[in-house]
Design a protein around this ligand. Structure first.
Ligand SMILES: Nc1nc2c(ncn2[C@@H]2O[C@H](COP(=O)(O)OP(=O)(O)OP(=O)(O)O)[C@@H](O)[C@H]2O)c(=O)[nH]1
Ligand SMILES: [Mg+2]
Length: 370
């Protein structure tokens, strides 16, 4: 059962970020822009945003008590009922804030997990999201959390001397083990499919969410994967095998997008889906060139690639959405081939296809038995 903790349609939220130093205010504002998009993706409304400059988070409330009072007033005046923090809160902070504000308090990881929970369609995606939620919750379980047996049905009776908290933790661990076993079974089926593709040339599209991966994937494979101007449209990998136009069969995979401060638990539980990426021969790292922060997004994508062991795979940098920034000029060097394309208007695609063709020819030479 996937739990939906995040804001619901009727919710009106204030977003809060903390800048360690006034020099970082600009970065925090940009991060709150993204948090706004995430909040909209969760179907909630943003009624305000606050950035506080503070060297260290307040241990009890994360932000200062003065701001907590102001937030309470703002919620009252504007009919708000939710506050979303841009960084992870610890359980004590979350509890104290909820008490003081009289509103739902969530953080960025919970919000991302919640969006994943509402988008997950296939059995594997739902299992992976549920696992990530439980892994995130386990170390945060305190007596104040809703008692888990209410959500999962009473598993096991109260043992001698066991507190309710211990029972909750045990139930969560049992559930985690159960989910991992089910995911392993699905993983076996996937690895059988992968074995069959071992000698094919494998190309995976990776990048920040909403960069245009699925649009490019559809163009390269004539598939009909859903694309939308929304964060995390794709959760499950889709693969297509293409043979016409290439010297050997080429497997293309479209994958889940990455984001700044992606909860580690999600990367961990999506590892089996992301194997399409770690086993690829070539990555197409898709970037939205109209995004002023695209360089940082390339870095963040590369960090996630390192986390899943895919940082040594050769990749092409694909600057997408060139139609909305026609002056953009990508820089290629000896180590890095860069391309400017518009997946939507089919511009610049031939050069990318030529590069895939060259890669697949080399792959064929390496794997042919003479
Ligand atoms: N202007 C413009 N918009 C594009 C282009 N390519 C994609 N888009 C739009 O960008 C949005 C995101 O595209 P997707 O293909 O869904 O992006 P994605 O990277 O698969 O996103 P997630 O699955 O959410 O990670 C959609 O509204 C697309 O129509 C392009 O070349 N130019
Ligand atoms: Mg997509």
């Amino acid at each position: 059962m996937v739990i939906e903790y995040g804001p619901r349609e009727t919710e009106k939220a204030i977003l809060v970020g903390l800048a360690r130093d006034s020099r970082y205010r600009h970065d925090i504002e940009a991060s709150l822009d993204e948090l706004t998009q995430l909040t909209h993706s969760a179907n909630a409304e943003v009624i305000g945003r606050r950035v506080q400059t503070r060297a260290r988070p307040n241990p009890a409330f994360y932000v200062g008590e003065g701001l907590v009072r102001e937030l309470r007033e703002q919620l009252e005046n504007q009919g708000g009922n939710c506050v979303i923090f841009d960084d992870p809160l610890n359980p004590a902070q979350q509890r104290n804030l909820e008490r003081e504000l009289g509103a739902k308090v969530i953080d960025r990881p919970i919000l991302i997990l919640d969006i994943f929970a509402t988008r997950a369609r296939t059995a594997a995606a739902r299992l992976q999201v549920e696992l990530a939620q439980l892994e995130y919750t386990l170390p945060r379980l305190t007596g104040a959390w809703v008692h888990f047996s209410r959500q999962y049905g009473g598993i096991g009776a109260k043992g001698p001397g066991e507190t309710q908290l211990e029972i909750d933790r045990r139930q969560v661990r049992t559930k985690i083990a159960h989910l991992k076993r089910r995911l392993e079974k699905l993983g076996v089926q996937r690895s059988v499919q992968r074995k069959r593709r071992q000698n094919l040339f494998k190309v995976a599209l990776v990048g920040y969410t909403n960069a245009g991966k699925s649009t490019l994937f559809n163009l390269l494979t004539k598939a009909k994967v859903r694309t939308e101007d929304m964060l995390f449209t794709t959760l499950d990998s889709t693969t297509r095998v293409m043979s016409s136009g290439y010297p050997c069969r080429v497997v293309f995979s479209d994958t889940v997008g990455f984001i700044h401060k992606l909860p580690h638990e999600l990367v961990e539980s999506f590892k089996s889906t992301l194997e399409e990426v770690s086993l690829a021969d070539l990555l197409l790292l898709v970037v939205d060139c109209s995004d002023p922060k695209h360089d940082e997004k390339i870095e963040q994508t590369r960090e996630v690639l390192a986390e899943i062991g895919a940082d040594r795979i050769p990749y092409l940098l694909i600057y997408n959405k060139i139609d909305i920034c026609p002056d953009f000029c990508p820089v290629s060097d000896n180590d890095q081939r860069a391309f400017a394309v518009s997946a939507m208007y089919r511009k610049g695609i031939a050069a990318v296809q030529a590069e895939i063709l060259a890669g697949s020819s080399q792959h064929l030479k390496r794997h042919s038995v003479f």
